[in-house]
Design a protein around this ligand. Structure first.
Ligand SMILES: Cc1ncc(COP(=O)(O)O)c(C=O)c1O
Length: 424
């Protein structure tokens, strides 16, 4: 019998299934209230305007849209994206841009061009599971750095310490991967000071920074912060930042379209890598998005999305406050944007074991351990607040609270019975 394991490459054998995708299958039963997926609210999709833009592509340039395109991406779309980026304070030209099949493709192509087996990437702890998965498939490793105590960026002392030790042990460290805006999974947003400190660290040790920013525009509270890409331009303009952007959270994830912003040499290397993957990004979709962006209506969509998510986030926090037990070892982040918050539970609760009980109660979350490259924490969970309706949020939090309270009660009972004298 053909033994496939011996035929698969080391890279393929190193690939791990996404816990989230597996969980999503489990939670797709209609009666389950799922806080697990990272889905935007479909009411935010501008269906009619996108329909009109697609019609325009067929009437104006169907034959070009149905043909192969360049790997770098459609010129009209790139011109629109230059304008979009300028509004963000980024000074770029078309040579700084590569259109991708959304950010996940970029997360795969970056290790493809930088990582040899055993090389390290510095990242936040926890971090986005899709970035971990992509890195694992190239046999890369992660040097995880926890957030500092007030949840603002990385703990810079820890970063310095771990970096110095890893280098002394002979590690090859290629880049720093961060999600500074409303991180997936924690919802944390970095302050200006934390961002500047990271750029200074990267300058000091000659490292690249990959800034993954799918949630950047979804700020519904607090003050706007410059991107790390912009800070590099303002500080010494060394071109050390590779920015990853996507239409998934600001327009619609089914579009599967994103872009990379970086200095031209890096873009050109990525172009070669992408040629082996898919030759070019879907040309019709690029023309379609260019038509849509030209209307300028995306800014209204973003504004409405922010308003809707602010409301849902506030309601989610209110429900958590109302239903979860009040203890100093049970707390959650209060994001100023994005789609997620992170709940830390008492250390004795294992959210991987608890998920079975939660699904039995018809509520789902993502286990926190999915977001660690190694040495996972087991007592946390990621909660999505963008997808569910308010009625579902209320009922879902009530169910979740029931499951958590039952764990606490079982633990307390166990502790008392262990403490009880034998034979009683
Ligand atoms: C931090 C981060 N990066 C990248 C992605 C991938 O998004 P997409 O491929 O839809 O652009 C996601 C999706 O949730 C994400 O949270």
């Amino acid at each position: 019998m053909l033994y496939l394991e011996s035929l698969y490459s080391k890279n393929a054998n190193n690939m791990k299934k996404s816990v989230i995708r597996e969980l999503l299958k489990l939670t797709q039963q209609p009666e389950i209230i799922s806080f697990a997926g990272g889905l935007p609210d479909p009411d935010t999709f501008p269906v009619e305007d996108l329909h009109q833009a697609a019609d325009l592509v067929f009437t104006k340039h169907a034959r070009v849209a149905l043909q192969y395109g360049t790997t770098e991406g459609d010129n009209e779309l790139r011109a629109e994206l230059v304008k979009f980026e300028e509004r963000q304070g980024h000074k770029i030209g078309p040579d700084n841009l590569l259109i991708t099949s959304a950010s996940q493709q970029a997360l795969d192509m970056i290790p493809k061009i930088f990582i040899d087996p055993g090389d390290y990437v510095i990242a936040e702890r926890p971090t986005y599971v899709g970035a971990i998965q992509a890195l694992q498939s190239y046999q890369g490793r992660m040097l995880g750095i926890p957030a500092c105590c007030d949840n603002d960026g990385m703990d810079m002392d820890e970063l310095e310490k771990r970096y110095t030790k890893a280098k002394a042990d002979g590690a090859s460290i290629k880049y720093i991967y961060v999600i500074p805006d409303f991180q997936n999974p924690s919802g944390i947003c970095w302050s200006l000071q934390a961002r500047k400190a990271l750029v200074a660290f990267a300058y000091k040790y000659d490292l690249l920074i990959v800034e993954d920013a799918p949630y950047r525009e979804i700020r519904f509270l607090g003050e706007h912060q410059p991107s790390i890409y912009q800070l590099d331009q303002e500080m010494e303009n060394r071109g050390i930042v590779i920015g990853l952007k996507t239409f998934s959270k600001i327009l619609a994830p089914g579009v599967r379209m994103g872009w990379i912003v970086a200095r031209p040499e890096i873009i050109q290397k990525l172009v070669v890598a992408k040629q082996a993957v898919d030759l070019c990004t879907n040309v019709f979709s690029q023309k379609w998005l260019a038509e849509y962006l030209r209307t300028g209506k995306i800014y209204e969509v973003i504004k409405n999305t922010c308003n809707l998510y602010r409301d849902k986030r506030n309601f989610m926090c209110e429900m958590l406050e109302k239903h979860l037990p009040k203890r100093s070892d049970l707390f959650w982040t209060k994001p100023e944007g994005g789609l997620f918050l992170w709940i830390a539970l008492p250390k004795f609760i294992n959210t991987e074991e608890m998920i079975v009980k939660a699904v039995a109660e018809k509520v789902a979350y993502v286990v926190g351990s999915a977001f660690y490259f190694d040495e996972p924490e087991h007592n946390a969970m990621r909660i999505n607040f963008s997808y569910s309706s308010k009625t579902q949020i209320e009922e879902g939090v009530r169910r979740l609270a029931r499951v958590i309270k039952a764990e606490i009660v079982a633990h307390e009972a166990g502790r008392h019975s262990v403490a009880a004298p034998e034979g009683v």
